[in-house]
Design a protein around this ligand. Structure first.
Ligand code: GLA
Length: 725
């Protein structure tokens, strides 16, 4: 609940524990941003303008601004293409996590009002901003009063020119979350996504902005920004002939023009930003704290260790097979089994990806005793049961499509454009009947089987046909789809608040803070190869905490890249996220099962540190130093997990010792190696070192594992647990 206070116009400061945002809000003129960075005292804020810090547009509008990039562009009801936003008032407020400042600006000629809200999350050093754009034309003149919103960013931020670099994430299916690092030069840098459904495969709507040259993991001033939106977006930097780079973020304007009707208010998604002078890792820690506390579903609850059936059996679902997998994961100490794709379809059984999405009834040929029997079996094995669905989609053929061909996205006068399996189609979430139907999928499953603990919610296709058979304005498709998605998710969460739900979208297509409020985690990638996962999980951890990153031990040769890695290496990489398995345990040797059993037991011991701890990335795989290394440190610094993974393997290698970070220099930490396969313990096993020593010197890590040849592989790795005495 936001409480409002009355304020006089002038300079406004929004502080968090370690940051300050200074706004210039002058009466009857354009509002500006003067400063965003480390925390300032009041005297320094007062001096800013005197020191030559000139305000830069807080929400610049198109049409009367020359060549500067703008955050909002409209066509007025009479065709006029200009907008002028002059401040008329400001509201200040408080909420349980911090404060709000709302700058209210009006066009002096046209009835457009814009509220730019800034909301602080004091303890997490995060600030959210968004815009609320109102068309104040009288409803009685409705036909004449519609304003076209052609650009409607969530917010913008000026960044003083210097040696400014950005890190963004790029990729594709099976290669998500790759880091691109580049210097900002003159001109435009645009990051955008036009998938419609999955928005974090080819690019991410988050970015790191380093103010002090090429970014470092643990030093330097860095701003992090994340657009909280599941649909199409655009992040852009304009560097013109001024002293500033101008950063803008919002819903993709291209083909998303919005008809703002008389009396209507359009609220943009929020743009969250944070600042740290402790480098990229510092910004990540802020995102992780904020995400776990305010955004991620159940961000304060430990996640279970699970086995997912997909890479183990694919579509080959049957009762004995599921029961065997449940027994196996239970015997290895797992806590949950998830039955993936292939369990449903009556008239059109789901034998492969060519049919049946939409027909969420159990395939009686595969599972004659239904879901109920599986849930009971899981319980008799002492574990929980989870299930895969892909509720936003259908196939032609499916009984759903036969009954409701008008429920799919399809442009008028065009044939269907199919996705996966050459038969898949996206359902039209703009349509309330489709929203009801999607809610009923989860509702029916849960009503029939209230013990279901986990749902893997998948989404494996883009909006290939940009047309809704339901809505009036086709350019509203992306916005209305996501409004529908939110409405469905809100209903599901109201009815089933405790359910664990994974966001999967052809792997990592939904790693986004716009989606995660309803989801407990996301599937990082369909690529489970441990070596490639190091690179993907590294990038993904820039913005998302380990608790949200589903990370599974799978078979070798890996199903995507066909690489063979040791079971230890696969475990050591998977342990740095939410640990699970994605394998047919039947095909594992008893020795491999024993190793996994031990790893799961050890993971349960370190789980609070991994899932709630602070990340310190130490040696980046992108720096090609032959290894990658990072840590999770408990918030009270009582314990830490240190990961060291080789990413190349040559004879005669000599790596620098890795200086640790984030420990308490004055505490002693006892070292214990986890997932040990070596014949002999490390020389410092059980020995205690001060945090100061570990952070200044690091430990000697042998460059290979000395173990039986069937247990070692090309790339060795180590995980050390440090526990303070
Ligand atoms: C997508 C997901 C996989 C799996 C399959 C099932 O590709 O990313 O994990 O669930 O769908 O068809």
């Amino acid at each position: 609940m936001i409480k409002l206070l009355f304020s006089l116009l002038g300079i406004f400061t929004l502080n968090t524990a370690n940051t300050t945002l200074v706004l210039n809000v002058p009466d009857n003129r354009e509002a500006g941003i003067i400063y965003y960075g480390s925390k300032l005292g009041q005297a320094e804020v007062d001096n800013l303008v005197r020191a030559g810090y000139r305000p830069q547009g807080l929400y610049p509008a198109y049409g009367l601004k020359g060549t500067a990039e703008t955050a909002i562009a409209v066509t007025q009801a009479d065709g006029n293409k200009t907008l002028k936003l002059d401040v008329c008032s400001v509201e200040e407020g408080t909420w349980e996590g911090g404060r709000t400042i709302t700058v209210i600006s009006k066009d002096p000629v046209y009835p457009i009002t814009v509220k730019n809200v800034f909301k602080s999350f004091e303890d997490q050093d995060m600030i959210e901003t968004w815009a609320e754009i109102t068309n104040g034309a009288k409803a009685s003149k409705k036909a004449h009063g519609t304003v076209m919103l052609e650009r409607f960013d969530s917010g913008c931020l000026p960044i003083r020119v210097g040696d400014v670099w950005i890190c963004s994430l790029y990729g594709t299916w099976a290669n998500e979350g790759r880091v691109a690092t580049e210097k900002l030069e003159r001109g435009y840098k645009v990051i955008k996504n036009i998938d419609g459904v999955r928005n974090s495969h080819t690019s991410h709507s988050e970015v790191m902005i380093s103010l002090d040259g090429k970014p470092e993991e643990n030093s330097g001033r860095v701003i992090g920004a994340a657009l909280e939106w599941g649909g199409d977006y655009e992040l852009r930097f304009q560097t013109n002939d001024s002293d500033y780079h101008h950063f803008f973020a919002g819903i993709l304007p291209e083909n998303n023009e919005y008809h703002l009707e008389a009396g209507e208010t359009f609220k943009t998604p929020a743009l969250a930003y944070t600042f740290s002078d402790e480098g990229l890792s510092g910004v990540s820690r802020n995102f992780h704290h904020w995400g776990r506390k305010w955004r991620l579903a159940h961000g304060d609850k430990e996640r279970k260790v699970l086995l997912n059936s997909w890479e183990g059996v694919y579509f080959d679902i049957n009762e004995p097979g599921m029961d065997q997998m449940m027994g196996d994961i239970a015997s290895m100490g797992g806590e949950l089994f998830v039955m993936d794709d292939g369990w449903f379809g009556d008239k059109y059984p789901r034998l492969n990806d060519h049919s049946s999405l939409g027909d969420w009834v159990v395939d009686k040929n595969k599972l004659p005793n239904g879901i109920g029997w599986l849930v009971k079996q899981a319980s008799s094995h002492g574990i929980k049961f989870g299930i895969w669905i892909e509720p936003e989609m259908t196939n032609n053929p499916s009984e759903l499509y036969d009954a409701h061909p008008d429920w799919v996205l399809k442009a008028d006068g065009r044939d269907n454009v199919y996705g996966r399996g050459n038969t898949q189609l996206v359902l039209d979430l703009c349509n309330p009947a489709v929203q009801d139907y999607i809610f009923s999928i989860v509702d029916n499953l849960m009503k029939e089987n209230p013990e279901i603990d986990y749902i893997k919610w998948d989404s494996n296709m883009d909006m290939r046909s940009r047309g809704s058979q339901y809505i009036k304005y086709q350019s509203h498709l992306d916005i209305e789809y996501w409004r529908g998605f939110e409405a469905v998710c809100n209903r599901i969460r109201a009815a089933y608040p405790d359910l664990t739900i994974q966001a999967c979208a052809s792997g990592g297509g939904r790693a986004n803070w716009g989606v995660l409020p309803w989801f407990d985690e996301f599937w990082v990638s369909d690529n489970t190869d441990a070596l490639q996962r190091i690179y993907m999980q590294w990038g993904t951890s820039y913005f998302f905490p380990a608790i949200a990153m589903a990370s599974h031990i799978s078979a070798t040769p890996n199903h995507t890249v066909h690489r063979t890695t040791s079971i230890k290496y696969r475990i050591d990489v998977a342990m740095s996220g939410r640990l699970g398995m994605e394998i047919q345990p039947k095909n594992m040797t008893e020795q491999e099962k024993d190793i996994c059993r031990k790893a799961i037991e050890e993971y349960k011991q370190i789980r609070p540190v991994v899932q709630f701890g602070d990340i310190y990335r130490l040696v980046s795989p992108y720096d090609d130093k032959g290894i990658a290394s990072m840590m999770h440190v408990a918030e009270d610094k009582s314990a830490a997990v240190f990961y060291w993974w080789k990413i190349a393997n040559f004879y005669d290698e000599h790596f620098a010792r890795v200086q640790m970070k984030g420990l308490d220099p004055d505490r002693m930490y006892k070292v214990r190696e986890l997932d040990r396969i070596d014949r002999f313990p490390l020389r410092y096993e059980g020995i205690s070192f001060s945090g100061k020593f570990l952070m200044e010197n690091g430990l000697e890590i042998p460059s290979s594992n000395s173990a039986d040849s069937e247990l070692t592989g090309d790339w060795s790795s180590r995980v050390l647990y440090l526990e303070s005495n």
